[in-house]
Design a protein around this ligand. Structure first.
Ligand code: NAP
Ligand code: 3JN
Length: 348
């Protein structure tokens, strides 16, 4: 039987679980799936296409015979094991930030820069979830009208911070509704000193603060956008905010285009047929995207497109996508499909 051997590293996690689901629905020829996680999960059983698979510990040897390895077990695991997987002949598609800004590593959103996979030297990086959906929505506009400036504010779901953060939010909500004492131990960032409740709240901090009063999440959006769009000069600023939503990141995006002939209807026409985009934009019938409706879907949904009041070339829009699918697992599997379509994977 022919087909690829695909490893999922971090298979028991929030993203890894979705990767398994995406592999179940892919058109890729698959001979075998290997599920890898930490030593703690070794021996645990998970389903793939109604077959029970046993989770193995992630070791260098585990990548023997693997053609494609999808990593989502955190940056330190990618740093440790991605080079080992490459040495064993696998192509690594890495969902962490470990290699995203490495000039030797393509950073790929297939709807935007699929061809970049051709330059890989063993590792291809999957961008941050908030960057991916913004790129899918803006690329068609950029191609037609040019893009000069992006100002984005995100409304990010709690599942982006991992399964434990979702559990904490649910527990807080129940405690608050029962008028009981509640605790906050994870958000806004497990690595920071203070923690705030996310239930019935909004937190203007995702990850730790760094240069210029921006957080790492905000810098990821800025730097990754410049790399994916191959445009160091594009003006971009981001404010990343956590909201009490389980899945689905939303973004309010302001752009300035170069071409003065752009219009709301012109942008709507472009997005109606753009790859990976679903236009949901009709205020007369209250049609616009919401995270709850986007959950479980692969598309990036766009609505509320309108012209800025003062700036002739300025437009606003609302962009929503499932952060664990297009933002992570689906984009990674799409990269694997792109490699396959371009005949860049060799079966062992
Ligand atoms: P999670 O739910 O906490 O899952 C973490 C996974 O990593 C689990 O499968 C865990 O296995 C595994 N792991 C932990 N330590 C390990 C070790 N020493 N060796 C091998 N595997 C180990 O986290 P998540 O939300 O799925 O996120 C995982 C990573 O994906 C993040 O750290 C981030 O880098 C990346 N991510 C990317 C995006 C994006 O924007 N593209 C979004 C979310 C996450 P056990 O069950 O055995 O502990
Ligand atoms: O918080 C979110 O909504 C997205 C989080 C992504 C994330 C979480 C932990 C570590 C990342 C990422 O993909 O940028 C990382 C990381 O690998 O740096």
């Amino acid at each position: 039987m022919s087909g690829y051997t695909i490893a999922v590293v971090g298979a028991t996690g929030a993203v890894g679980t979705k990767m398994i689901e995406m592999l179940e629905s892919t058109s890729l020829p698959i001979q075998q799936v290997k599920l890898l996680a930490s030593k703690r999960s070794a021996g645990k059983k998970l389903q793939f296409n109604n077959t029970e698979l046993v989770v193995e510990e992630t070791t260098a040897e585990a990548f023997e015979g693997v053609d494609i390895a999808l990593f989502s077990a955190g940056g330190s695991i990618s740093k440790q094991f991605a080079p080992e997987a490459v040495k064993k002949g696998a192509i690594v598609i890495d969902n962490t930030s470990a290699y995203r800004m490495d000039p030797e590593v393509p950073l790929v959103v297939p709807e935007v820069n699929a061809e970049a996979v051709k330059n890989h030297k063993g590792i291809i990086a999957n961008p941050n979830c908030s960057t991916i959906q913004m790129m899918v929505a803006l690329q068609p506009i950029r191609e037609k009208y040019g893009l000069n400036r992006i100002i984005v504010s995100t409304y990010q779901a709690v599942s982006g911070a991992g399964a434990a953060a979702v559990d904490e939010m649910k527990e807080q909500a129940q405690q608050m509704l029962n008028n009981e004492a509640y605790e906050a131990a994870i958000l806004p960032s497990g690595g920071d000193k203070k923690h705030y409740p996310i239930s019935f709240n909004v937190l203007p901090q995702i990850d730790l603060f760094t240069e210029g009063g921006y957080t790492y999440e905000e810098w990821k959006m800025i730097n990754e956008t410049k790399k994916i769009m191959s445009d160091e000069d594009i003006k971009i600023s981001a404010t990343c905010v956590r909201v009490p939503v389980i899945s689905g990141h939303s973004e309010s995006i302001y752009i300035e285009v170069l071409d003065k002939s752009a219009s709301v209807s012109g942008i709507q026409d472009l997005l109606r047929t753009a790859p990976g985009v679903s236009l949901q934009d009709d205020p007369t019938v209250q049609l616009y995207p919401t995270p709850l409706a986007a959950e479980g879907k692969k598309e990036t949904f766009v609505g509320r497109i309108r012209k800025d009041i003062d700036e002739e070339t300025g437009y606003h829009m609302w962009v929503v996508s499932d952060n664990l699918l297009k933002g992570a697992a689906w984009n990674s599997v799409q990269i694997a499909e792109t490699l396959h379509e371009l005949n860049l994977v060799t079966e062992k």
